[in-house]
Design a binder for this molecule. Structure first.
Ligand code: PXP
Length: 245
């Protein structure tokens, strides 16, 4: 049995995607964040992309003051976005550094932690000086886990995209298990996310070292049919059931 309740952080980006379809004010990702918290979310995640395709600077400012649980800000380690993060009051509880390419539909792979280690180390140190816990979004690879530790990260978020896209591929799950164990052995907190849904979350929720899941698209999609509160409760129940088994 997997020990300890796993945290559920909900990514509200796609509430903002719907709003940006009309460049209006509805639906408001901050109001959605409140409802997610009412339904039992342990944290709220938002990705301020360089192209501002969904979450806007003002959303991040409002989330920083209005989130009652904790805010996990996803960001690329670029000077412009790091400067926005540095101005937030209060600072976010956590920052997750992600790779970003303008032409991608969503974050496609993990951060290449071997490329520009000095730049990454500096970005991590700057965030930590501001009191922010730093997580790196990486592919489930043991070497990337160890490098993350060497760069000074507090946590790694393991990219579950390959598992989500190929749920029948035993190697995808095995890689997540190995990377999660490597994270624990390196003294890092281990998170996971990308492409998780009620249908596929169980195997990842059952990995004992993974203490936090970041889930967005599947919950917002399900909310169209059952409402956001119910969609969050469904995910929470699926995670808890997997953790009990
Ligand atoms: N974690 C990270 C680092 C991400 O970039 C994303 C997607 O924005 C997620 C988790 C959530 O992925 P999904 O929306 O597929 O649940």
């Amino acid at each position: 049995m997997a020990a300890r309740r796993q945290r559920l952080y909900i990514n509200v980006d796609h509430v903002a995607t719907l709003r940006q379809a009309r460049r209006g004010t509805e639906p408001d990702p901050v109001a959605a964040a409140r409802m997610c918290e009412d339904a039992g979310a342990d944290g709220i995640t938002a990705h301020l992309r360089e192209d501002r395709r969904h979450i806007q600077d003002d959303d991040v400012r409002r989330l920083a003051t209005q989130v009652r649980t904790v805010l996990n800000l996803e960001l690329a380690a670029t000077p412009e976005i790091l400067a926005v993060a540095a101005r937030l009051r209060p600072p976010p509880f956590q920052a997750t550094l992600v790779p970003e390419r303008r032409e991608e539909i969503t974050t496609e792979g993990g951060l290449d932690v071997a490329r520009d280690p000095d730049g990454l180390r500096e970005a991590i140190a700057g965030l930590k000086r501001a009191g922010v816990r730093v997580s790196l979004f990486i592919d489930p690879d043991q070497d990337a886990v160890r490098r993350s530790r060497a760069l000074g990260a507090d946590a790694v978020e393991l990219h579950t995209g390959r598992y989500a896209n190929h749920p029948g591929d035993p190697e995808a799950l095995a890689a997540l298990r190995r990377a999660a164990a490597a994270g624990r052995d390196a003294g890092l907190a281990v998170h996971a996310g990308h492409g998780l849904s009620v249908a596929n979350v169980a195997a990842v929720a059952a990995i004992p070292e993974i203490e936090e899941l970041n889930i967005g698209h599947a919950i917002v999609s399900r909310a169209v049919f059952v409402g956001l509160f119910a969609a969050v409760r469904e995910m929470r129940a699926a995670m808890d059931a997997a953790r009990r088994e």
